[in-house]
Design a protein around this ligand. Sequence first.
Ligand code: ACO
Length: 369
Amino acid sequence: MESKEIYKGLAGVPVDYTAVSSVNPESNSLLYRGYPVQELAERCSYEQVALLLWNGELPTDDETAEFARFEREHRALEPQLKSLIDTLPTSAHPMDVVRTAVSVIGASDETTEDNSAEANLVKAKRLFAQLPAVVAYDQRRRHGQEVVTPRDDLDYSQNFLWMAFGEEAAPEVVDAFRVSMVLYAEHSFNASTFTARVIASTTADLYSAVTGAVGALKGALHGGANEAVMHTFAEIGSAENVVPWLDDALANKKKIMGFGHRVYKHGDSRVPTMQAAMERMIAHVGREDMLELYRTLADEFLERKGIYPNLDYPAGPTYHLMGFDTPTFTPLFVAARVTGWTAHVLEQNANNALIRPLSVYNGPEERHL
Ligand code: ACO
């Protein structure tokens, strides 16, 4: 075997520059185009953050209003897409439905092969507008509920919750949802964004890149962790069961979902903001028992293993308390991260080099038949 160094999982290997966001474990910060994500989560709509990530600057009021018009006009799903989703079994994982929907939207778009930055930005905005309807449609059909059509008097977050539940959400709920979208929107070269960039680097179209990214996000080591957190909570049941549950999990070398991070080793910079939004939701819905379970597991695991929660840990229970069913959690992450993915596709295309790493062969020596 050659004596080349292997960077397993590409851990610690910078593969390109990006101006979209910076993850800084030393200062425990995450900046979108230079702005701390906490400030954006406090002061901006998700729509404004999306424009910041795509364009590099915060939008003016006119640009915000123009995008709001575009987004509202593109919310409704094409009948053809709805009937295609209807052909999928209701047992299909919602991430498979979302992945299929993105692929169908791409196959139905006449501009798919136009890889110019202008055309790709329009595609990114269309996906942004359509994904809430896909996610809400699938959740409702799985529960045998009537489809709720979008309302153009509501903003993105209000309308998403409206389409999912058929009633207007309380301001505390809308706010926690908006915060989750802002925090989930972008995180540099995470596995799904890197997947999108690899696909874009071949000059394939934006929809192919997003379809691949959805696939990468599904896994429990990445976006699937927010769903897995809720399974853990269901298994544990209540705070007093945390210690015996954890004893058993650690004895069996189980990974505790929603904890740990490849980059942050001393806490995920997004957690305090998401946790605060979750706590406001909990105060609103009156589920202090869930907060107790949340805190007990986090404290106990940190004390025993020195491992901190990541964003998925507060996001999972927040989505549960909003009323989303557990398999819908990772599709909600898709609706947020589509912004980051597409900003990265635009960046990759603007300065492209095919992404093609090396491997070190460790199979049998050359042999002959
Ligand atoms: N539960 C138990 N042990 C853990 C956890 C965890 N959640 N996370 C890390 N560890 C342990 C590992 O077992 C390993 O221990 P060892 O050295 O004794 O073998 C050590 O900490 C290092 O962990 P790695 O998995 O090697 O670290 P890596 O940087 O590769 O992994 C990852 C990061 C994949 C996120 C990991 O922490 C994990 O699997 N977490 C659970 C899944 C999860 O929550 N993913 C969401 C990521 S964030 C996001 O997508 C928003």
